[in-house]
Every structure is written in structure tokens, then in C-alpha cells.
Design a protein around this ligand. Sequence first.
Ligand SMILES: [Zn+2]
Length: 275
Amino acid sequence: MQHTHICPKCGGSLSLNGNSYLCENRHTYDIARSGYVNFLLSDQMNSKLPGDNKLMVNARKSFLSKGYYSKLMENFCDTVKKHAPHNAVILDAGCGEGYYTVNMAKAVADSFIMGTDISKTAVDAAAKRSRAEGVKNLLFSVSSVFRLPVKNGSCDMLTTLFAPYCGEEFLRVLKDGGIMVMVIPSERHLIQLKQAVYDNPYLNEVKDFQLEGFRLKEHISVNDEICLDSTEDILNLFSMTPYYYKTGEDGHKKLSQLNELKTEIGFEILVYTKK
Ligand SMILES: [Zn+2]
């Protein structure tokens, strides 16, 4: 661990003590067998296991491993490579099961990457993925993006893909002039999947790109068409979307009758500088 992480309870610096990290005020954080650190405080948990559950994590892992989003992954890694300074400290806030985090760590091998997510199940999967792929410049932890266990002004870059946004906290951990790379779905992302579920699907709402405290530096649109060739892949993709929560049962029923689906996918990669 670089000296970038801090105790989320008191802000003190951490040192390694056997199988856990210990702060100056003796708050301890355990290192899991798969290698991640659990920084989540009990008062931050609204439920026993916050964030994505096992079913959702497995669905995403299985879907992403088939390469359906590889065009986004490659464009994202190229963007990070282009904007990250040498020996960069990069935080992936809301890293999920680590598909983008691990690939980014490989793309910028001289950097130190911290991936964090509120879902313990997702972070465990991420840590296992990085171990399986032999990626060393990377440490995963469980924490909330609203309280990152990271020092003020310690990150050269912060990445956030389909994750909750907390501008204040992101500005706090970024250095002056630091870079934020954000990925959001575009208007027509998954429109044909939505057509298969809804009679009158709406386009996705894309918010104004301007963000307080940041200056937009670059904007890349990534568009592709994917052909899902099994019911399993269709249902896995559906469970990764926000519609899943709204129309779980009904949507599930309609989609489980399909064994093939072609759909547009689209993403905006937004690169910002901290003002
Ligand atoms: Zn502490």
C-alpha cells in the first residue's frame, strides 16, 4: 500500500500489522484472503451487505467476460493512458467487479491503481480477478464513494464508470489539475433491449456535461452494436441495468423468451480537469 490510503474513521495514516491495517488511533481494517481491505464503517451500511449482491456481480462478470463491452474497455484504457502522468496514482471510484480497473492497471503498468466499491462481493471478485491475471500495481478496498479512504489531493486521476457521483469527495482526493475520467451511458444505449421489455421505451436522460469544480477537457463517444446469442446473456445484461429494479419480474418474463437480441450500445467518455 502506498501512503495514499488513510483511516476512514479518523483520517490517520495506516501501517501494516499482520493481516490488517492499523491507524495511529488503533482503528483496524482487515485484509481479506483474496487481498482487498475492508474500509467500510458500520455506520455507512444501510443494510448488512450494501451494494450489488452476488447474483448481480456474477451476472456482470459473466456478461463482461464475453467481450460485449470490449470496445468501451479499449477506448477507456486508451483515454486513461493518454491523460495519466508517469507513475500516476489513480483511484477507480465504484470499481464493481474490476473489469475496467484490472484492464486499466495493465494499460498503465507504471501507475498505482486503487479500486474501491461499496459491495464487498464485487470487490472480492475484483481482487480475485487481479490475482488470477497476475496484476500487481493495484489494491482493492471496500468503501463508500461518499467517504473515500484516501488522502486529500493524493490522486493524479480518478475514474468513475456507471457509478454514483460525489463531486465534493472526488475534488477532495484529486490533486490540483488532476484528471477525472467519467463514463456514462448515452441516449440510445440498450434501446433495443428496452424495446423488448417496454411498449414505449424512453431514451436515456443524459445530463449536462458541465460539473462544478471541473473543466471538460475531452469528450469521446463510443458506439457499437452487439448481438447477444443466448437467453442467459440477455438476462445477464438486463440485470446490469436500472430497468431491472423497475420491471424485474415482467421484464424477466419477456426477455426469457428470447434467445437472440441485437442492440445498440453507446457511451460517453468524459475527461475533466480539476479547476
Ligand atoms: Zn483511525
